[in-house]
Design a protein around this ligand. Sequence first.
Ligand SMILES: O=C(O)[C@@H](CO)OP(=O)(O)O
Ligand SMILES: [Mg+2]
Length: 401
Amino acid sequence: MTLIANVALRRVLDSRGNPTVEADVLTESGGFGRAAAPSGASTGEYEAIELDPAKAIAAAREHAIPRLVGDAHAGNQREVDAALHAADGTDDFSGIGANSAVAISMAAAKAGADVLGAPLYQHLGGTFRGESFPTPLGNVVGGGEHAKEATHIQEFLAAPVGAPSVSEAVFANAAVHARISELLDERGVPAAKGDEGAWAPPISDAEAFEVVDEAVSDTESELGFEIRFGLDMAAAELYDEDAGGYVYGDEVKSTAEQVDYVAEMVAEYDLVYVEDPLDEDDYEGFAELTDRVGDRTLICGDDLFVTNVGRLRDGIDAGAANSILIKPNQIGTLSDAFDAIELARENGYETVVSHRSGETEDTTIAHLAVATDAGFIKTGTVGGERTAKLNELIRIADDAV
Ligand SMILES: O=C(O)[C@@H](CO)OP(=O)(O)O
Ligand SMILES: [Mg+2]
């Protein structure tokens, strides 16, 4: 029933206005799935390779589609993803492009769910999923590679850890985002938005900490449940070997100073989450920081692990980080993303399912987070491509998908 009868690929727009790959998968019994690849700006060096979408589509049409149509079953995700790997023939998807691969992998999962008549999260995670939900990490202030002339730290993330429901958590992040706008206004700071819809004000990181802290406390008092915040430092983008460390405008911090700085911020602001506090090659620095503050906060590897089982294993051996960001397009297929999640679980690492800065209306990651019982999902706060996922979480909780 789930035998793949057709795969169609096309270029569509992403939220930055760039082209990306969209895939339609149709099964012989009429099951249908559609998904599109997201795209990063602060990409990790070790991510699977995203090709120019036109080239990725041409390569997938030549190599992948013939292996899928009439041969692979959309309901058998491992079979689909193995066919994608075989068609690609490399270890980084540089043959057909991770963008083609992930779009097809996710579209096949949706087609499989469609044939079953089950919501995607149940097809991926089993019938008993859908009872617990991830805490949404909401990007409310940011800069780095996502906005010019704003903070050096890429993302300040609201985390409504005490919200009684996922819906209240989603609205809490929107309330923090709105409160920040008022606080910036009071300070006379004009703010545009960055790629993910976070405010991108021309203020120092120190001032951003103050503003976010105040907005979170105000919203917490207003709503009556605990809200904390965290960071994605995207430190690989700050790190410059020639400069001798992490570059914050005119200031350069050595690795030791960077570790001290992050540890101090964790203590001062009671941060619940710090992603990529050190360079993507610095397992040792990650291990040292995890040793210092890992009992109090999540130290998460994004560019460090790139959703890659091999790199995660190295991190586990080194004691680097205590959580992993999961981005299916970093590794190319849902099966590979699941393997990373499983390995993380077995070793006590928290999992955080994530969007990219360049997104589409695709909602797969909302289902993936519920299917795998992830502790957190990072998918922005406002903006249609972000609310697509957040609203899908609300629908899943409401049994309306
Ligand atoms: O660094 C990140 O975690 C992501 C998403 O927030 O950004 P990008 O997609 O640009 O890599
Ligand atoms: Mg990141």
